[in-house]
Design a protein around this ligand. Sequence first.
Ligand code: S3P
Ligand code: PEP
Length: 425
Amino acid sequence: MSAPLWPAPTVTEPVRASVHLPGSKSVTNRALLLAALADGPGAVRRALRSRDADLMVEALRALGATMTPSNESASGVDWAITPGPVAGGARIDVGLAGTVMRFVPPMAALSDGTVFFDGDPHARKRPMGTILGALRDLGAEVAGDALPFTVRGPLTGGEVTLDASGSSQFLSGLLLTAARFEKGLTVRHVGPPIPSQPHIRMTVQMLRAFGVRVDDTEPDVWRVEPGPISAGDFTVEPDLSNAAPFLCAAMVAGGTVTIPGWPAETTQPGDQLRHLLAGMGASVESTPAGLALTGTGRITGIEADLRDVAELTPTIAALAALADSPSRIGGVAHIRGHETDRLAALVAEINGLGGDANETEDGLEIRPRPLTGGVFHTYDDHRMATAGAVIGLAVPGVEVENIATTGKTLPEFASMWADMLDGAR
Ligand SMILES: O=C(O)C1=C[C@@H](OP(=O)(O)O)[C@@H](O)[C@H](O)C1
Ligand SMILES: C=C(OP(=O)(O)O)C(=O)O
């Protein structure tokens, strides 16, 4: 059965909207895991409710934590979390969530029982070998080099060397549980640069917020001291990567989109949107109501290395396909291992609408060419779906396949999009 098609709304008038975004996926899934490993009951507030976050909650429950929701609303959910001894024997569904497949196995290795992991069909293709190899080097019994696999501890920690150039999540995953290893952990990265560095800073900063001592003073070396993870009360920031398509709407249609609650300081890579989108023609300012982006409907192409902000690539590529000058995006070879091969998918779908894009060794080249309507395939990738919605704003007749795939990180995307555009059509 083919997936349903969503007729992407086209705009004819400038947009004027304020868009409240729920919590960051990356912050939510780190906070939930740290709270489940802490030394007593704690709370994670305004946590994202989405497929990836729900998979994390179920994984933590399966490993022995008690997770109780309250105050559920459009801005998220508050979790009361009581850690338990990490239990073996669990079967964990990681879905297509990188944060679940890379962050939970080191926690599972605290148990001396076998824990089984599997996920969506495409999840079996996402790279796992680096982190599973590191767990093996540290003494865990690991069967498999990709999903499905089993992990059995306990491991006591120590030192490990790995090449995290394929995903920053290999490193973040090890660091998040490391304080609970008897000897702590020293991780040394050897290889090409690690992508998504802000996500590593997010890991280190959140570990410190939970009372863990981390030394990151030496380049490419991280030392986590053994000790308790302190229970506390943690509030999640809005998801700035999911702000991307909404901010882009003001660039495509003209007008202003405001995102309330944009943090003054943050480790989220989405914060870079302020500079990236300004470089493509927007004016961006902090206002008392939030971050406000004003666009003119004209988009300038971009030459950018997106290694640090790799998850923004699909949205930037969508804008580039609507720009009036060529774009060149580099530094993102590793996103071939994201929810889908994003470089291949973006080229296929932009060109499928009559565009002019090609892959390079580590990115994309996109040249201006008028686009026409058609089906925008999404490959179960939430960011492909939102990229299709951005293109559809300017191109009549774009139909986005399986818009429900946005539920990975933003289940309300379609209704939020419609609300934002109310009055602009
Ligand atoms: O740690 C995280 O929360 C993430 C790290 C990044 O992964 P990569 O380093 O694989 O790009 C990012 O793209 C992903 O969306 C979320
Ligand atoms: C790469 C992404 O997700 P994941 O956490 O599944 O790696 C993403 O959200 O763009």
